[in-house]
Ligand binder design. Structure first.
Ligand code: NAD
Length: 357
């Protein structure tokens, strides 16, 4: 059941999650209700998209903003980008035709952060929506004609992470003949499957949208299975490219693959599921390491990077993946914990440098 924003003890929620700032805002004339969460600006302005979603409750919306903004801090830190982590959520039906007033209200809210939060598109929002945001603030990326569709770049980063995981696991990063099960053939899954097919991998795919799975079968010779079967396919690599929370107790009991790496955000149902992967001997590349290509692509617009510089940084996901997996092995910890440690050490170094000045 939905509860009003006013009176919610969001303060307690974000005190626990160590956010720098979280604000709620409503604009009754447009029906706008939104939350902006700034997790950290230690490395630079907090960058993260605006998610527009019909949340079941305001608490759910707040938790999503808190969780996603924290994830952005870690993603940028590990990718070596000069950004902190932030996220905005707009609460409501993202199919609404009344977009101008709504997104202009959102733009005023973003502007009120004075540049410590920079927004972009995310689930439920489009480049056209960002044009309305732009009418009220300059702290917005993801505009039409900006850095373009991030999905092929994200998919390439996932591919690089996959090569590194193969090298770590099997001593060879050639994916020819390697069996990959791709869950979700949308923007990132499709491009990942394409790149894998070009490198001679053997694909099995699933999508709740049957036409998308069939397209991958037709173009890449992939075998199609039902969505609920993809996790238990006899494959070497499982690539979650649809939803979060797919590494859970049920999936762990059925998983056959030796390696898990994909584009989906928040793949682990809970932290302990990352530890369970380690205990099962599965090589896991933390999602925010593998899928950093999207935010790296945004550097073209946010930092004026050229294509070559951007691709070089995406390719470097290979080296970071090798480093995380090697350190995790040496230290005897699960890969997701080692990735967190590396990100946190970069954040601590930045905080130390600030306090020395
Ligand atoms: P998308 O919506 O284009 O594709 C997701 C696909 O998954 C769709 O085709 C959908 O039908 C399918 N799907 C949904 N539920 C499914 C299920 N239960 N089983 C199988 N298929 C299912 O989204 P996307 O842009 O490809 O993003 C996929 C994931 O990657 C998301 O978690 C997103 O947050 C993350 N991500 C995307 C980018 C990017 O650049 N697009 C960057 C970073 C992270």
């Amino acid at each position: 059941m939905s509860r009003p924003l006013a009176g919610r003890n969001i303060r307690a929620l974000y005190a626990e999650s160590e956010h720098e700032e979280v604000a709620l805002w409503a604009d009754p004339s447009s029906g706008y209700r939104g939350i902006i969460a700034v997790h950290s600006t230690a490395l630079g302005p907090a960058v993260g998209g605006t998610r527009f979603w019909n949340y079941a409750s305001d608490e759910e919306a707040s938790l999503d903003a808190l969780r996603l903004s924290r994830g952005m801090t870690y993603k940028s830190a590990l990718a070596g980008l000069p950004f902190g982590g932030g996220k905005a959520v707009i609460i409501g039906d993202n199919r609404t035709p009344h977009r101008e007033q709504l997104f202009r209200a959102h733009g005023r809210f973003v502007e009120s952060f004075g540049g410590c939060y920079v927004t972009a598109e995310d689930v439920g929002t489009t480049p056209a929506d960002m044009e309305y945001v732009r009418m009220e603030t300059s702290y917005v990326a993801g505009l039409a004609g900006g850095s373009g569709n991030p999905s092929p770049v994200t998919a390439h980063g996932v591919f690089r992470a996959m090569q590194a995981a193969a090298k770590h696991r099997w001593g060879n990063d050639d994916l020819k003949g390697v069996r990959v099960a791709v869950q979700g053939c949308g923007s990132t899954g499709y491009h990942l499957a394409k790149e894998l097919h070009e490198r001679g991998a053997k694909l099995t795919v699933a999508d709740v949208d049957a036409a998308r799975a069939e397209r991958a079968a037709h173009e890449f010779g992939a075998t199609v299975v039902a969505p609920e079967e993809i996790v238990e396919v006899e494959a070497d690599i499982y690539a979650p490219c649809a939803l979060g929370g797919v590494i859970n107790d049920r999936a762990l009991a059925r998983l056959k693959a030796e390696v898990v790496v994909g584009s989906a955000n928040n793949q682990l149902g809970e932290e302990r599921h990352g530890d369970a992967l380690e205990e099962l001997g599965v090589t896991y590349v933390p999602d925010y390491l593998a899928n950093a290509g999207g935010i790296i692509n945004g550097c073209r617009e946010l930092l004026g990077w050229g294509v070559a510089e951007t691709l070089e940084k995406v390719r470097a996901i290979y080296d970071t993946t090798l480093l995380v997996l090697a350190l995790a092995k040496t230290e005897g910890v699960a890969a997701h914990r080692m990735a967190d440690r590396l990100a946190e050490s970069r954040l601590a170094a930045a905080a130390g440098a600030k306090s020395d000045n």
